[in-house]
Design a binder for this molecule. Structure first.
Ligand code: FE
Ligand code: FE
Length: 260
């Protein structure tokens, strides 16, 4: 197993693969306010399936994330590696469950959504794009850049508005949050909703938009990151052996089926 020192995670420089670059070129061009509204209308006002959490995990397992330079494992292995690392540190059960389900929104890839509309880092739309966003130069092709309402200091928002009132670029974080929001405690929901918002939780961008609730949630979102990143080179977990523990954990928080 390689140690943390001999592998650089989230390397988005000249060495980044062409596939990851092209992913962000499309993502930054097409993630607009209008697109975000259309996706919310499409997915949040309709129920496409009734499924249990484990069933969704098995479905997720057929997805490969093209935006991720770091993992060759299947999605269910990534979920279990993350949750097992959290469990090994003795964290509360809701936190372990977040590790397991944080990427479930990637099942959107199976509904014929392009990868740029599902995975990758997220950022607010409707206000100026921070240069802390990975490959921010690709925003030059985004039509919202020409809308003066969006490009004033806080765009369509105001200082202290709170992230829950900010439209994030559409992807698996927001979709999963919307699906599970009635079942989990607030820090769990913040982790799910903002775990790909690296410009914020890693680089402090958009901090003027935060309210007191966001300030309370930020440490949980930051505490989650290493488990999501640094478990990607561990040995693959034994899915069938772990399944009974997780079925029980899921049943503690979720009904047998939820709306997707
Ligand atoms: Fe994710
Ligand atoms: Fe993840």
């Amino acid at each position: 197993m390689p140690s943390l020192d001999d592998h650089k995670y989230r390397d988005y420089t000249e060495t980044t693969s062409q596939q990851v670059r092209e992913f962000y070129r499309a993502n930054h061009r097409f993630q607009t306010v209008e697109f975000g509204e259309a996706q919310r209308d499409k997915y949040l006002n309709h129920t496409y399936a009734k499924m249990g959490i484990w069933e969704a995990l098995e479905l997720l397992n057929t997805v490969i994330d093209e935006s991720d330079p770091d993992t060759e494992f299947s999605q269910i292995q990534h979920c279990l590696q993350t949750s097992e690392a959290i469990r090994a540190k003795g964290h509360p059960r809701w936190f372990i469950l977040v590790g397991l389900i944080h990427d479930l929104g990637k099942i959107l890839c199976l509904r014929d959504e392009p990868q740029w509309a599902v995975t990758g880092d997220t950022f607010p739309v409707g206000c100026p794009y921070s240069d802390k966003i990975v490959f921010s130069e690709f925003f030059a092709a985004n039509p919202d850049l020409n809308n003066s309402n969006y490009q004033s200091e806080f765009g369509i928002y105001h200082a202290g508005i709170g992230l829950d009132h900010v439209m994030m670029s559409w992807g698996h974080d927001e979709y999963c949050y919307q699906v599970v929001k009635n079942y989990l405690p607030a820090p769990a929901l913040a982790i799910i909703r903002y775990h790909s918002f690296y410009p914020w939780h890693q680089d402090n961008a958009y901090s003027e938009l935060m309210n007191d609730h966001d300030r309370k949630m930020l440490p949980s979102v930051q505490a989650f990151q290493p488990f999501d990143l640094y478990t990607k080179h561990d040995l693959p977990p034994n899915v069938e052996q772990l399944r009974p523990f997780y079925e029980e954990l899921i049943a503690e928080f979720f009904p047998a089926q939820i709306d997707w």
